[in-house]
Every structure is written in C-alpha cells, then in structure tokens.
Design a protein around this ligand. Structure first.
Ligand SMILES: Cc1ncc(COP(=O)(O)O)c(C=O)c1O
Length: 439
C-alpha cells in the first residue's frame, strides 16, 4: 500500500482510491498515524483528520488499540433464522401465523382511491386511529407518522439526529436488528444491561455519562429476555433521562397490542427529541412493513420531509390495509386471543423448566423465553441442535458479539405442552452433560 498526499483530503482520497481498486482489502490495517505522518512529512493531526474522515464516511473503522482498519460489510445475525432439517424450530422469534389476521380479506374493504404523487404522506384514517391510541400514553405535544416497521423507524430517527460515530445506548442483551442498524449506519453502541424489570438505571446513567446521544429502549416484551418495565423502573429511568434533555429517546414498543403488560413511559417531558414507535408486525404481520410512530414536532417534520420521496414513501395500500384491520372488532378479538395464547405458551415452558429445577426469574412477555445458564450458551445451542431442537445462543444478542453469554433464547410463540415438557428435559440433560465435561 502506498498512501500519498499532503493534506487530509488528499490522504483520505488516496486511501479511498486504493479501496476502490482492491489494493486495500476489507480489514486491512492502515499504518499508525505517527508512521504515516513521518513517511509523508506531514503533521500527525493531518493524518488523524484524514483517518477521521474515512471513519465518518464508513470507509474505515477504529478498533481502539487495533488501529484503523478498512471497513468490511458487517456480518449481521437476524431474526427468522430457525431450524434446518428435522429440528423443532424454537429459534425463529416469529409470531404464530395462526394468530395474524387475513390481510388479503380486507384489501377491497373501505376506500382506497388510487393515490398519486402529492397525496399526504399518512393515510388520514390511520393517522386518526394512531393519534387517539398514542394520546392515551403521551402528554407532550406530538404528531404521528408511519415507517416501514420499527427497525426502519429507528433508523430514520437516528439518521435524522445523529452523525456516524455517535454513541447510542442500547439494551444488553438486545434485539438483533437494533444491533444491526447501529453497525450498518456507523453508530457506536453503548450496552445497557437489562434485568427482569428492563434497562438497569445504573447502566443507563453510565451510558449517558459516557456520551450516548440517543437511547433505544423496549418498554415491554423485551427481545430476547421478555422483560417489561415496571412502573417504578420506568420512573427511575425517566428521572435519569431528565438530566440529559438533549439525548434522543426512542421507545420501541414493538409488542404493544398483544402485550400482557401495561406501557410505562420513560421519556421525560423535558426531552426535546423523542419518539414512541409501535410496530404492527407482531399483531398484523411482519410483511406489512408498517410501524406507527409519535414524535415531537421537530422530529416528525424531519422525517416527513423524506416520507414522500423515492423508496422512503410508505405505500398507501399498506396504510389502507392497516387502517381497515385496526378498525375491525374481529381483529381486536384476535389480538385478545393472541395475548392470552402467547402468555400461556411462554408460561408452559417456564413451568416445565421450573419442574426441572431451571428457574426463569421473571414472567416473560412476548414471543421468547430467555434461559440463563451456568454453561456456555453456544455449546448448549449446538448440543440441542444435534438433538433436534433449534434455539438461539445468547451471545448473538450481545452488542459486542464476542462476549460470552451463558444463556439461550427459546421462541415459544407456537410451542405445545408436550414440546415444552420434552424440551425442558433435553435442556436439563444437555446442561448436565456440559457441566460434567467442564464446559
Ligand atoms: C424489539 C423489537 N422491535 C421491533 C421488532 C419488529 O420490527 P419491525 O417492525 O421492523 O418488523 C421486533 C421483532 O422481533 C423486536 O423484537
């Protein structure tokens, strides 16, 4: 590699040329600032600035003591990856398709007027429904918008307010797509540990003191742990956030309509930039790609400016279908059934694990049960896989994926009583084998 130039722009340009030509491959380590500065006969600050620009542009990454390296396309874990072959799939993180409404049945219902360029970005009937729903939980002035699901909403919100390299506080363990969104957009994550009542206040305080410019928090049915904020915990987090009014607060209430827990708000009234996001994926279906969001007026103005352009337009056909479903009493009955069914199914597994002496310390809400173990989660998932059970090992949900985590996530959205019983017995036997082997 021969990097040339005497200004920061020239040095950064020379590196970019070599990345384009393939001379510099992904993960190649750039020379230390001091070495390159001496070689080129320039000030160290000039090289440091060139490297910073490369990081901001997503061309390079800083690895602390590992130096600056050429960025590679991130390898990201994602939801929906379940069992191969003959395994029983307790890994997917998916809702039960039987508990989702028939989308096609409502396509021709109501008024859909072939919207053309220039229509308002949000379907008025859907906006009205969403505003009434959000008004029950939000006291600040807000406006409602749509996005292509919660993951897209989170990305749009972060991109509206943050710059590459900014720190974002996320839960540890964390929903896979949030980890992915941060990595793909060049934000740095600050993990905030989660216990049975949600984000831990001491960990959130530390993340904010470390300079986090945004917080992404799941108020209930946290994925992967199933934790929901208690009223007391939400009040503690709100008090901490009140000391940082400039920090963007995103609440990802992804399980809203089918959650068995009440929503407790963590956004203080003094926070300037905030959003409450409610995905429709878990109760109308992930393929609708729709989430409703309420946010402060400045944030909604920023997001709305992009809603009528190119691929960021959220189709009115999807909005029309969502509106018809959300106004349908039969769909609300289905949600009631889904809520009870998911609670019952996770309870089946928790009960069977308890019978085997494996305790899940809190009653989970959502589609998953998080089982903490004193043996390596990877080894447990591998051994279960060999016995025909697919689960996700805990380490994939850790923002710093290299960290060990003695846990597995078990998706219970479709689990039956015999499956729960058989799985609990298999898990017990696998853990005993691993303990005996000293894993
Ligand atoms: C915490 C969390 N947020 C959001 C979602 C859904 O995202 P989307 O609305 O983009 O489908 C999920 C799905 O598993 C989730 O677990």
């Amino acid at each position: 590699m021969t990097i040339s130039g005497t200004t920061a722009a020239e040095i950064a340009g020379s590196v970019r040329d070599q990345v384009s030509s393939g001379e510099l491959a992904p993960r190649a380590v750039l020379p230390p600032v001091r070495t390159l500065a001496a070689e080129l006969g320039v000030n160290r600050n000039t090289v440091a600035l060139a490297y910073r620009r490369l990081v901001e542009a997503g061309v390079a990454e800083t690895r602390g003591r590992g130096g600056t390296v050429i960025a590679a396309v991130p390898q990201l874990a994602r939801e929906g990856v379940g069992a191969g072959g003959a395994s029983t799939d307790l890994a997917s993180g998916n809702p039960d398709p039987e508990l989702l409404p028939d989308i096609l049945a409502v396509v021709r219902r109501g008024r859909y007027r072939r919207p053309l360029y220039g229509v308002p970005a949000v379907d008025p009937g859907l906006a009205e429904w969403a505003s009434a729903d959000f008004a029950e939980d939000i006291e600040q002035p807000f406006r409602t918008l749509v996005a292509h699901g919660a993951v897209d909403a989170t990305e749009r919100l972060l991109n509206a307010h943050l710059a590459r390299g900014d720190l974002v506080a996320i839960e540890d363990p964390c929903f896979l797509a949030s980890i992915g969104t941060l990595r793909l957009n060049g934000y740095r994550s600050v993990p905030v540990r989660v216990d049975g009542a949600g984000m831990r206040p001491d960990a959130l305080r530390a993340a904010l003191e470390d300079g986090a410019r945004a917080v992404v928090c799941t108020p209930r049915a946290h994925n992967p742990t199933g934790a929901s904020l208690t009223e007391e915990r939400a009040a503690d987090l709100r008090a901490i956030l009140a000391g940082h009014p400039q920090v963007l607060v995103i609440e990802d209430d992804h399980f809203s309509a089918v959650s068995a827990r009440p929503y407790h708000r963590i956004t203080p009234p003094t926070t300037a930039r905030w959003a409450l996001v409610r995905s429709l994926s878990k109760f109308l279906g992930p393929d609708l790609r729709l989430a409703l969001l309420a946010a402060d007026p400045e944030t909604t103005a920023r997001l709305e400016a992009r809603l009528s352009a190119g691929t960021t337009w959220v189709s009115h056909l999807l909005q029309h279908i969502s509106r018809e479903l959300l106004l349908d009493p039969a769909v609300h009955e289905l949600h009631e059934r889904a809520r009870e069914t998911y609670t019952h199914r996770s309870g089946l597994l928790v009960g069977q694990l308890h019978a085997q002496g494996i305790e899940v310390p809190h009653r989970p809400d959502g589609l998953n049960v998080w089982v903490e173990l004193d043996v390596d989660g990877r080894s447990v998932a591998d051994a279960l896989g060999q016995r025909g059970w697919a689960v996700r090992p805990g380490h994939v949900f850790v923002p710093d994926g290299s960290a060990h985590r003695g846990a597995v996530r078990v998706t219970t959205s479709t689990i039956t009583e015999p499956q729960a019983e058989a799985f609990a017995a298999e898990l017990t036997s696998v853990v005993a084998d691993l303990r005996a082997a000293g894993a």
